[in-house]
Design a binder for this molecule. Structure first.
Ligand code: NAD
Length: 497
């Protein structure tokens, strides 16, 4: 790689101390990394399903053996509690394991039935790797989130150039070292570090076959514009404004516990975090008391007893404070905390009620440990209000009725819903993860996540010639008559209910 003259430090957001210094990779350095990834791509694709599976399972093993080192690095760069960082690595391991074990089954060649008119052909469908995938990642879950793209892209037979967030470069660099230890022959995963321009160079590189972006919706639009230059396809995992809906017959203790965790864990810096709670009116008061009593006990900090850490990205503190102030100015009540809860770099828990629907705390992503709690008359109103914002990533429903919860889950406009628990879908390798609307498009995780990094290839092989050949200038009127007769027999009937 060309020598990057400029460097930048990653900082511990709790202490402000530097964690490590990293190069700012410029356009030339990114182009060189993409070039090396291109060279490695043919080798990695030719390695075959079995060998790639073995290598990726060994990468998983290396990560599992280094779980504490990785978690400590995540803690240093994000400020989150060590146990949260360990859980994050465990979830990343789960995704890596699923991708490695299922790639061949999902993407490998299979024979498909050709239909009666093409019975003389053997039809093969397979999913070919794209080549080089550029992964641009965020800082809030710096190993779990990009793993949803990196593991799936690698398992599908692509090589990867990863641009981690400027807040968490060390996590990316360390993971690439683990991969290099298991795959020393070629650089199948490279890391380029730096700020927005480094990501922009990757997105606009003509050598990249797909970009997997995870970050804010605002940046996703810039990335999409950069991708447009080369018609590079994009999967965009963006922000959210997810709701938790609490039905009248829900287990209120469990709902309050899950909603509070969903809202405040990781200091609320979770794309699928709970930002709004809609509670059916007859249980509203009981639920509100339960959640506020619990919220008052939560304390942020960087010590071992703290339940969540600081706000990792300093600029987000202004957004959080702005949302609280906007809600209060519009008539909301702070039942826990208030604008004074923002004590840089920490934000203490904030619970707001009577928040008008047009306030930023209800319709924009806050990304902090704040929640708005709303009274609704029934599940239907909760679903309608949930669907009013442009973000549509995920959500939670607590209900004692399986059918009512399932109906509501189907009506919520989002990519994922978890019933009677928070975000269970994110822990299941087999399930796709992604949003709609402002929350993005495309999927990571699961079979859809593997296919995201491939191109379907259809191959037909004629096994024997038919007595008539319709794709030939030798075709006769008799051949056409036979064809039309067959079509009438197969397709012309009327279907009755
Ligand atoms: P961000 O958009 O600021 O940055 C994301 C990445 O994009 C970083 O690596 C950054 O350096 C890079 N970048 C910035 N400008 C760029 C440009 N012009 N071209 C290319 N790359 C550029 O987001 P963030 O603050 O790091 O992450 C928080 C956001 O990510 C939140 O909105 C959160 O909801 C979202 N997120 C979504 C998911 C999901 O799966 N849907 C998961 C985690 C986080």
């Amino acid at each position: 790689m060309s020598v990057a003259t400029e460097t930048f430090p990653s900082l511990n957001p709790a202490t402000g101390e530097p964690v490590a210094e990293h190069p700012v990779h410029d356009e030339k350095a990114v182009a060189e990394a993409v070039g090396r990834a291109r060279e490695a791509a043919d080798w990695w694709a030719a390695l075959g399903w079995r060998e790639r599976r073995l290598r990726l399972l060994n990468v998983k093993g290396a990560l599992a053996r280094n779980i504490n080192r990785m978690a400590e690095l995540i803690r240093q760069e994000t400020g989150k509690p060590l146990a949260d960082a360990q859980i994050e690595v465990v979830l990343a391991i789960t995704q890596l394991d699923w991708a490695a074990r299922n790639a061949q089954k999902v993407l490998g060649p299979r024979t498909v039935f050709p239909g009666l008119t093409a019975l003389n052909h053997k039809c093969v469908l397979e999913y070919r790797p794209l080549g080089v995938v550029g992964v641009i990642g965020p800082w809030n879950y710096p190993i779990f989130t990009p793993m949803g793209s990196i593991a799936y892209a690698l398992a599908a037979g692509n090589t990867v150039v990863f641009k981690p967030s400027e807040f968490t470069p060390g996590v990316g660099v360390f993971f690439a070292e683990l991969v290099a230890g298991v795959v020393p022959e070629h650089q199948v995963l490279q890391v380029v570090t730096g700020f927005g321009p480094t990501g922009a160079a990757l997105a606009s590189s003509p050598g990249v076959d797909k970009i997997a972006f995870t970050g804010s919706s605002r940046t996703a639009k810039r990335v999409m514009a950069a991708c447009a230059q080369n018609l590079t396809p994009l999967v965009a995992e963006c922000g959210g404004k997810d709701s938790c809906i609490v039905d009248s017959d829900a287990d209120l203790e469990a709902a309050a516990d899950a909603a509070l965790w969903g809202a405040m864990a990781n200091a609320g810096q979770t794309c699928i975090g709970v930002e709004r709670i809609y509670v059916v009116e007859d249980v509203y008061d009981t639920f509100l008391k339960t959640i506020t009593d619990r919220a008052r006990d939560l304390r942020p900090g960087f010590d071992r007893e703290a339940v969540y850490g600081p706000i990792t990205m300093p600029g987000q503190l202004d957004v959080i404070e702005g949302h609280i102030k906007d809600a209060l100015a519009k008539g909301a009540t702070a039942v826990v905390g208030g604008a004074e809860s923002v004590r840089r770099p920490y934000v203490e828990p904030v619970v707001l009620t009577d928040v008008p629907d047009d306030s930023t705390a209800v319709c924009e992503e806050t990304f902090g440990p704040t929640i708005t709690v709303h009274k609704v008359k029934d599940l239907q109103e909760a679903v309608e209000k949930t669907n009013r914002v442009g973000f549509s990533l995920a959500g939670t429903i607590f209900s004692g009725s399986r059918s009512r919860a399932m109906d509501a889950a189907r009506q919520v406009r989002s990519g994922m819903t978890s019933i009677n628990a928070f975000a269970a879908f994110a822990t299941v390798g087999a399930l796709p993860f992604g949003g709609v609307g402002e929350s993005g498009f495309g999927r990571i995780h699961g079979a859809d996540g593997l296919r995201e990094f491939t191109s379907p290839k259809a191959i037909t092989r004629q096994r024997f010639a038919l007595p008539m050949n319709l794709s030939s200038f030798d075709r006769t009127d008799k051949d056409m008559a036979r064809l039309l007769q067959t079509v009438a027999m197969l397709h012309a009937k009327r279907y009755k209910r």
